[in-house]
Design a protein around this ligand. Structure first.
Ligand SMILES: Nc1nc2c(ncn2[C@@H]2O[C@H](COP(=O)(O)OP(=O)(O)OP(=O)(O)O)[C@@H](O)[C@H]2O)c(=O)[nH]1
Ligand SMILES: [Zn+2]
Length: 373
């Protein structure tokens, strides 16, 4: 019996695929079946990316090295390297496993390279939802929320906001929720407390079986505590425990944490301090109010800096749009655009180099062929 016989071709009413608790679905099954040598391979989900190898669940835990082909591809374009949440096809040789292919991804959370020569880094693959945590007792910090929302929208996964530590806000809670809702415009907002259990049931309803979530939120926002509370037992070390150990964030592992309702959380500590807004689409989605106004400007190339007939400036004048929100939109757009253009330049240089190499190889092999005739 192999995994393959459990593929998507089976009738729906058959028993659950053994990988279903890890998020396996029709899409991934089809991508796997499309591999030429699928019958020799086994699908698995990456729980942890290391250098040159990955930790996987299939569903039992294992370690797999990257095949030369996968490794080579990753050298050329680091974003193709198997990362947390990826579905991969493994080949067995004796007691060890090798990653032969990375299946096509759906939602990906990408950290855009920040240094001049740095690459985009895919932090999480195949995510369905992003749970943004913002503590009720500290704000909310609107600018930070906007960054997280932009990043979430850019990932292609839907954001949901958890206002954590709700019991600490006391009677200010409705006001805090209102402030958060004014920023999120759309994504659902849940007030939750890991300590009292308030709001956990409502949030749990959003966490559908087989869906993979990622947590975003500043350090101390209560992400680990929330996961523990949702899971009903300790699945994560919380800040209080980590403080006792030498150095924080020593647990740099990336894990796939199953929730009782069948959803999964990818725990990626590196994501916690992420502060780049993702692409411009993510920013525009977050500022959908401003984006709607842009369409009403008289000039299509309006810069919204005091041009005549600018609907954005008019909204500010009429008190319908917060001037500081407009400034934050300008800033995030600039950042996102700057990141993109820089990446474009880098990609162009890389492709040119790659192309030169290929044509050189091509010429050489042509020469060899001629010589051999
Ligand atoms: N009062 C109260 N405190 C909470 C609640 N949830 C978390 N905390 C506290 O807030 C602190 C930070 O919680 P964590 O869950 O470790 O926060 P985190 O977001 O995982 O932090 P990082 O791992 O640094 O990113 C801890 O001292 C928790 O005990 C809550 O619902 N109510
Ligand atoms: Zn305008």
């Amino acid at each position: 019996m192999s995994h393959h016989e459990h593929g998507s071709t089976l009738p729906e009413n058959r028993t659950l695929h053994p990988l279903a608790p890890l998020g396996w679905n029709t899409r991934t099954a089809e991508a796997f079946d499309a591999l030429a040598d699928a019958h020799e391979l086994r699908p698995a989900r990456v729980t942890e990316a290391r250098r040159g190898s990955v930790g996987v669940a299939m569903p039992e835990a294992a370690t797999a090295d990257l095949s030369p082909r996968v490794r080579k591809a990753a050298e050329t374009d680091r974003s193709t390297s198997p990362t947390s949440g990826d579905w991969v096809a493994l080949r067995r040789s004796g007691d060890s496993w090798t990653v032969e292919a990375v299946l096509e991804r759906s939602g990906t959370l990408v950290r855009q390279g920040v240094a001049k020569d740095s690459h985009d880094q895919v932090l999480a693959a195949n995510i369905d939802g992003v749970l943004i945590c913002e503590a009720a007792d500290q704000g909310p910090n609107v600018g930070r929320l906007e960054r997280f929302l932009s990043l979430a929208w850019a990932s292609g996964a839907a954001p949901v906001v958890a206002v954590t530590k709700s019991e600490l806000a006391g009677e200010r809670l409705p006001e805090v929720i209102e402030l958060v809702e004014a920023v999120t415009m759309g994504p659902d907002v849940y007030a939750v407390s890991a300590h009292t259990g308030d709001g956990l049931a409502e949030l749990t309803e959003r966490l559908l079986p087989g869906r993979t979530w990622v947590l975003l939120g500043t350090s101390g926002a209560g992400k680990s505590s929330l996961l523990n509370a949702l899971a009903g037992h300790e699945v994560m070390d919380t800040g209080a425990i980590r403080h006792d150990r030498r150095g924080r964030h020593t647990t740099t592992h990336r894990r796939l944490v199953p929730m009782p309702g069948g959803s999964l959380f990818l725990d990626i500590p590196g994501v916690r301090r992420i502060d780049v807004p993702g692409g411009e689409e993510g920013v525009d989605r977050t500022f959908s109010d401003i984006n709607a106004l842009v369409d009403l400007c008289r000039f299509r190339d309006c810069s919204h800096r005091n041009e005549p007939g600018c609907a954005v400036n008019r909204a500010v004048d009429e008190g319908e749009l917060d001037a500081s929100r407009l400034e934050r939109w300008f800033r995030l757009r600039r950042e996102a655009e700057w990141n993109r253009t820089r990446n474009d330049v880098r990609l162009r240089t890389e492709r040119k180099r790659e192309w030169k190499k290929l044509t050189r190889q091509g010429r050489e092999s042509a020469r060899h062929k001629r010589g051999g005739l």
